[in-house]
Write a protein that binds this ligand. Structure first.
Ligand SMILES: [Zn+2]
Length: 390
């Protein structure tokens, strides 16, 4: 049996099933439409084997339909061409902001919804979100998912931000209508972008998915001081703003039902015969941590031997040895000659520090590709860094 590409079957369309194959087109073409949902479609794609040859098999990719939503252009955001794999998380927020004591909670939520849509149209603090959700589950999209909204600082590039109108400190915040709508929206986005439909543990301060850029100063109780903003959260999936910025954010707050919510998102995905994507194994996260290894820059004087310090941040789950590191062509390119790296006694379980003696150098600006690191038989590149030789 053989099907042509993109055959639309009206019977299955009536069953309310939308294929991932047309989700992009569907989403982008409906942005400017009012809150009217297009009829769902099913697309049958021909199956291609690894050699690119068409075979008799075909795949049927149903997915949760895009919820009904309106569109208002946000002012501040960054144009990007994010693809599957670039977007790894949905970040849930509450809008917070001024609460008016002369209004009921419901009235406040309505004001917060309209106020935030209005605010993201343009503001001098340069903030925005992909979606704003109202108390009745209304959804307003303001930034394309492929673009980057300014919602959660360093994590913006990884995430899709959803601002729920309201205040996380109130128990009545999570209305059934809002939760239903959030489940539908997240199921749709998880399938569309291959985002794990799970809530990961931890915050930027505590693992297993945290990257320690610098040991945070501790308070009297031995907890990281809230002033420290250097750590990074690397978790994926259904994430709360509090995990990304534990130093100044608590949203969506203590009443958000993470367990029930993430279970419902997975259920909704399974309703369409699909398997929710699981959180990545810790090795993958460790690889990501290795890939952001930094070179500690020292003063570099031309024609003088010096020690270069390569710092690799880990998560305690991996031990890195010198033979796992190679230094690529930079030494040849710029006339720098490197000796063998040795592990510094200052290294800890979480942080491997290698001293790399460079025996000659010439003056000028240069950038170098620091190193390649082998972790579980896979090579990861550390980033290119720039330095100046005086
Ligand atoms: Zn937030």
């Amino acid at each position: 049996m053989s099907f042509n590409h993109s055959v639309i079957l009206p019977a299955l369309a009536a069953a309310g099933i939308l294929a991932t194959g047309c989700a992009h087109h569907h989403a982008s073409s409906s942005h400017h439409a009012a809150a009217v949902q297009e009829p769902p479609k099913v697309v049958l794609n021909n199956y291609y084997n690894e050699g690119g040859n068409e075979t008799d098999h075909w795949t049927w990719n149903p997915s949760p339909p895009s919820p009904a939503m309106s569109w208002v252009d946000a002012g501040p955001y960054r144009k990007a061409q994010r693809k599957k794999g670039d977007i790894v998380a949905i970040v849930i927020h509450t809008t917070e902001g001024n609460y008016r004591d002369n209004l009921t909670f419901k009235e406040n939520q309505r004001v917060a919804y309209k106020g935030n849509v209005n605010y993201f149209k343009g503001n001098d603090r340069e903030v925005s979100a992909h979606f704003v959700m109202g108390p009745k589950g209304e959804i307003c999209q303001m930034v394309n998912e492929t673009d980057i909204a300014h919602t959660q600082t360093y994590y913006n590039g990884r995430g899709i931000g959803i601002e729920c109108a309201g205040w996380g400190r109130f128990e009545e915040q999570w209305t059934p209508e809002m939760m239903d709508s959030l489940v539908n929206l997240c199921a749709y986005l998880c399938v569309k972008w291959d985002i794990p439909a799970y809530h990961p543990d931890g915050t930027a301060y505590e693992g297993p998915y945290s990257l320690e850029i610098q040991a945070p100063p501790l308070d009297d109780e031995g907890k990281p001081k809230r002033s420290d903003r250097t750590n990074r959260f690397l978790g994926r999936g259904l994430v709360g703003h509090y995990q990304v910025q534990p130093w100044n954010k608590t949203d969506p707050g203590p009443h958000f039902p993470w367990k029930e919510f993430s279970e419902r998102v997975r259920e909704r995905i399974r309703d369409y015969g699909l398997d929710p994507i699981a959180l990545p194994p810790l090795e993958d996260v460790a690889k990501e941590i290795l890939s952001v290894a930094r070179i500690k820059e020292d003063a570099i004087k031309a024609d003088q031997p010096f020690t270069y310090e390569l710092t690799i941040f880990g998560n305690g789950a991996n031990e890195i040895t010198p033979d796992q590191i190679v230094f690529p062509d930079f030494a040849k390119i710029k006339g720098l000659t490197a000796g063998a790296p040795t592990k510094s006694p200052e290294s800890t379980a979480n942080r491997a520090i290698f001293e790399v003696p460079l025996t000659s150098s010439e003056a000028g600006d240069f950038s170098l590709h620091a190193a390649r690191i082998n972790f579980k038989d896979k090579w990861s590149d550390s980033p290119t860094v720039s330095a100046k030789v005086e």
